[in-house]
Design a protein around this ligand. Structure first.
Ligand SMILES: [Zn+2]
Length: 459
């Protein structure tokens, strides 16, 4: 009997390690998840942002209304500090809906779905008409040379490759012609550029995104073609090299305009001057509603403040929510924020951004020292039961990138990427395509991470 009691005692002493901190954290994180999933506020906020405000490209009326709305919402949350940070943003507008058709002696006339690329010049009201030269890469274009390209519309038909597991890699691999295709085409005398939309799906949605010009090279109009129409055009070109494409875009860039980052804070109880940033970007492209990119990130980061308030969690460090402006075009919001941090010599513990859409979160990607990476990865034990099992070093998010070299970790929320590019930068990025529970899991993941970094630091 004594032997048995002794055994039981020893056995329990061995397996039950009294780790109160761990137990408290388990409960706290459970409560964070309960609160995030119970409340509909993140979903309601996203619905409002998408349906009542709609698209909000920097410099447009939509972005002004979005700034006002976020500021109002933050004021209603009874925070310790709400303020705006002014910035000057580029102001480009799409103008009329684009129009495009192909005309062929063999195939007749067919309309094609296009959209202007962000910051492209327009064709003017008369439009642009020409023969088309199809290429799959810059190398192929250069091999053709001026003789074959001059006066034509260059059609970059490189597909976004299916073989990558993480579709952000597929995007990075395919996006080159969208960004600098107009420069490469114009250097060989092209009249315009069409790119195959950067997306893994086949659909009628054209996908926009920012493009660039070089000062020394003539500016030519650039548009994206839906993947279905890119396939069609490519097929037609196989049989009729003389077919013509016409397109008309009336997009235009106006002088820079004043806009804002919107900031709200819960002050730290012990270290009010030490900051944990949680953020998303408020601007979005003008074809859809910016639901995944990045309305989701905005309402999730706002929800972190709400969850802390609802659970009466008093952070030791200041939690600073930032709605960055102008991620999509020139990242003026992210740049300005970093500039001010350096000017004021503000101390940050971490900067977190959600900008991979509103799908199920899988973990975090970090730009950090090895010690910081080790520390943050050590939270896996508490978080993996919520599906947060991926802790990756390398890459975080665009707006917080500018905070590099300041010694604290920059962290991106890693979300399931398989469907993200079905929506990204297209008319398909609408509220209906974000699942409420998946969205809320993102809020919970951010809040749990903020809770742990606040409690245990960054290294
Ligand atoms: Zn984004």
């Amino acid at each position: 009997m004594i032997k048995k009691i002794l055994f039981t005692f020893l056995f329990s002493a061995l397996i039950i390690k009294p780790d109160y901190a761990q137990n408290n954290d388990t409960t706290a994180i459970q409560n964070i998840y309960k609160e995030a999933l119970r409340s509909d506020e993140a979903t309601d906020n996203l619905r409002y942002l998408c349906k009542n405000i709609g698209h909000r490209l920097a410099g447009t009326i939509g972005s002004e209304r979005a700034v006002e709305w976020v500021q109002t919402r933050l004021n209603e949350m009874n925070l310790d500090n709400v303020y705006l940070q002014d910035i000057m943003v580029r102001h480009w507008e799409r103008g009329d809906k684009e129009y495009c058709y192909l005309k062929s002696d063999i195939f007749g006339k067919k309309e094609l779905n296009i959209c202007a690329l962000g910051t492209s010049i327009g064709t003017g009201k008369e439009g642009l008409k020409g023969n088309v030269i199809e290429v799959k890469s810059f190398d192929e274009l250069r091999m053709l040379g001026r003789e074959k390209v001059e006066g034509k519309i260059v059609f970059f038909n490189n597909s976004t490759k299916q073989e990558f597991f993480n579709t952000f890699q597929a995007y990075g691999d395919a996006v080159g012609p969208r960004v600098t295709g107009a420069i490469e085409g114009a250097m060989l005398g092209a009249a315009g550029v069409m790119i195959r939309s950067v997306t893994l799906g086949i659909s009628d949605f054209p996908h926009t995104g920012v493009m660039r010009y070089a000062d020394s090279v003539k500016k030519i109009p650039a548009v994206a073609l839906s993947t279905r129409d890119a396939d069609y055009l490519s097929q037609c070109l196989k049989f009729d090299k003389e077919l013509q494409v016409y397109f008309r875009t009336t997009c235009e860039e106006f002088p820079d305009k004043k806009s804002y980052n919107v900031i709200g804070e819960i002050k730290g109880s012990e270290f009010p001057d030490e900051i944990i940033v949680v953020s998303g970007h408020l601007d979005c492209w003008d074809l859809g509603e910016g639901a995944h990119d990045d309305g989701a990130g905005i309402v999730q980061a706002m929800d972190v403040l709400r969850i802390f308030k609802a659970l009466d969690l008093k952070p030791m460090h200041t939690i600073r929510f930032i709605a960055f402006m102008d991620e999509e075009v020139a990242q003026r919001g992210g740049r300005k924020y970093a500039e001010i941090v350096k000017q004021k010599n503000e101390k940050h513990i971490a900067a977190i951004e959600s900008d991979e859409g509103g799908a199920i979160p899988h973990g975090f990607s970090m730009e950090s020292t090895d010690e910081q990476f080790k520390k943050i990865s050590s939270y896996r034990g508490l978080l993996e039961q919520y599906g947060l099992f991926q802790y990756r070093q390398g890459g975080s998010a665009v707006d917080i990138y500018f905070l590099k070299d300041l010694g604290f970790p920059r962290i991106g929320l890693l979300c399931d990427s398989q469907r993200y590019f079905d929506f990204h930068h297209s008319g398909n990025d609408v509220f209906e395509n974000v699942h409420p529970r998946e969205l809320k899991l993102g809020s919970a993941a951010l809040a749990a991470l903020v809770y742990l970094i606040d409690k245990y630091g960054n290294q």
